[in-house]
Write a protein that binds this ligand. Structure first.
Ligand code: MV4
Length: 449
């Protein structure tokens, strides 16, 4: 196994990765910005090196500097966490060229999933269902109107380089499409340097259900069930759970097998996630593939008993998966909520000095945090400061744990979204499993409008 690795990230995920390294006897190298000099991930690591000023462009995204530190310290591999450089094919390529193992899939595979149009074509070839729609960039607005007429309104206009809700518009009619086409194209061009767009049939009131996969370098590929992440606010996930309260065993198996076909088709290695939209009739459609470890990976760990970071490290080192599909367990139910430093009413980031930080404890509670009672939350990074993960023998037991844990979660000095999380956890619709992408809008925003 690797003797030393560098973690090119910060906050809770850097600490999460280092915890597994410690368990496996791997030394850790942290990197940090001037704003993170006192951060927990710096204290937790065996060694830590300053990258530069607070802004990510001058610190956590400095490819050459990070690789230089890895070389200097003798780190054999780099774990990118999520966000930052985790899906940057160029970074993965630079690592490769420097003789340092990038803990993730190959650069070409990362790149291949960056274009949504190309990904749709690939998935079609692998017999993975995609949302009905186009598989080539729209030439002009006239073509868009023709295609939309064939498909029937409403349609979804999407940027090929988009993702996570950026560069995407629901279009109700031809008149609206005329306007949306040019503005969406400009936005996509400005944002991604690529104005290519395509149309999809609009799926109403869908669920977002994603499948975790693991693939070793010999091509052995397994699925670790699903995570339901439908409860989101402005494309920011709020609550995630595994298994999904919506899926039946047959759909679960069909989605898992489709995800494995998708991964095999592109020669995927390491841990990855295939996102699907699932409609009201339980029909599922490929949406995007995330070529990284995800924020919500812990709920998969809780129901399978696997350590996904350990699996990533073993796969990157060249080990074969030690289990096959039929060995993978699905035990109990797990729920994760994301704790954000934000104003609970206006949903603005709320940076500041934390003055008290008391976490709930219990045998069914897991905390992943990047801060403590002395930390300062700065405005430079993602405002997610911690994750609360609970488990239970079934969904209701997990919900009870969640309700109790949230009551025992105390953060002072900054504002957090804990009041909103409590509202979700106590809400009848959530308890009934009505977890669709319109949950927040339908049940939580009404009273505040
Ligand atoms: C859709 C859709 C309905 N129909 N595509 C949002 C994020 C991006 N990855 C894709 N998204 C959607 N694509 C079609 N054809 C609805 C959404 C969507 C959504 C998807 C997942 C989770 C939350 C969402 C919230 C609003 C819209």
């Amino acid at each position: 196994m690797f003797k030393k690795i560098l973690i090119a990230n910060r906050g809770e995920i850097a600490i999460r990765v280092m915890r597994t390294c410690r368990k496996m006897g791997i030394k850790t190298v942290a990197v940090y910005s001037e704003a993170d000099e006192k951060a927990l991930h710096v204290q937790y690591a065996d060694e830590a090196f300053l990258l530069g000023p607070p802004r990510v462009n001058e610190s956590y995204l400095k490819v050459e500097k990070i690789i230089e530190i890895a070389r200097l310290t003798g780190a054999e591999a780099i774990h990118p966490g999520y966000g930052l450089l985790s899906e940057n094919a160029n970074f993965a390529r630079e690592c490769e060229q420097a003789g340092i193992m990038f803990i993730g899939p190959s650069p070409d595979v990362i790149e291949s999933m960056g274009s949504k149009i190309a990904a749709r074509k690939t998935m079609e070839k692998a017999n993975v269902p995609i949302v009905p729609g186009g598989n080539a960039p729209l030439i002009d607005v006239e073509e868009a109107i023709l295609r939309a007429r064939e498909m029937g309104f409403p349609v979804m206009l999407k940027a090929s380089s988009g993702g996570g809700g950026i560069g995407m518009q629901i279009v109700q009619d031809e008149e609206h499409l005329l306007k949306a086409f040019a503005s969406n194209q400009k936005r996509a061009q400005d944002f991604f340097g690529d104005g290519a767009m395509y149309l999809e049939k609009y799926i109403s009131n869908p669920r977002h259900i994603e499948i975790q996969v693991l693939a070793d370098k010999a091509g052995n590929t397994v699925y670790l069930w699903e995570r339901e992440c439908s409860i989101q606010r402005r494309h920011q996930k709020v609550v995630e759970e595994a298994p999904s309260p919506f899926l039946d065993p047959k759909t679960r198996k069909a989605m898992g097998e489709a995800a494995v076909r998708a991964a095999k088709e592109i020669g995927y290695t390491n841990a990855g996630t295939i996102e699907f939209l699932v409609d009201e009739n339980k029909k599922f459609y490929f949406l995007e593939m995330n070529t990284r470890l995800q924020v919500e990976h812990p709920i998969t760990e809780e129901i399978t008993g696997l350590d996904l970071v350990e699996q990533q490290l073993k796969i990157a080192f060249g080990e074969l998966l030690a289990f096959k599909q039929s060995d993978i367990q699905l035990n109990g139910h797990a729920i994760e909520v994301r704790i954000y430093a934000e104003d609970p009413v206006r949903f603005f980031p709320s940076p500041g000095q934390i003055t008290a930080f008391k976490l709930p404890e219990g045998e069914n509670i897991r905390n992943e945090t990047g801060v403590d009672a002395t930390s300062k939350v700065t405005p430079f990074y993602d405002p997610m400061i911690a994750k609360l993960i609970v488990r239970g023998s079934d969904r209701m037991a997990a919900i009870k744990e969640l309700q109790n844990a949230l009551r025992n979660y105390h953060v002072e000095g900054i504002k957090t979204n804990i009041p909103m999380l409590k509202e979700v956890a106590e809400h009848e619709a959530f308890i009934n499993g009505e977890t669709t992408t319109s949950f927040v809008e339908t049940y939580l925003m009404k009273a505040k409008k």
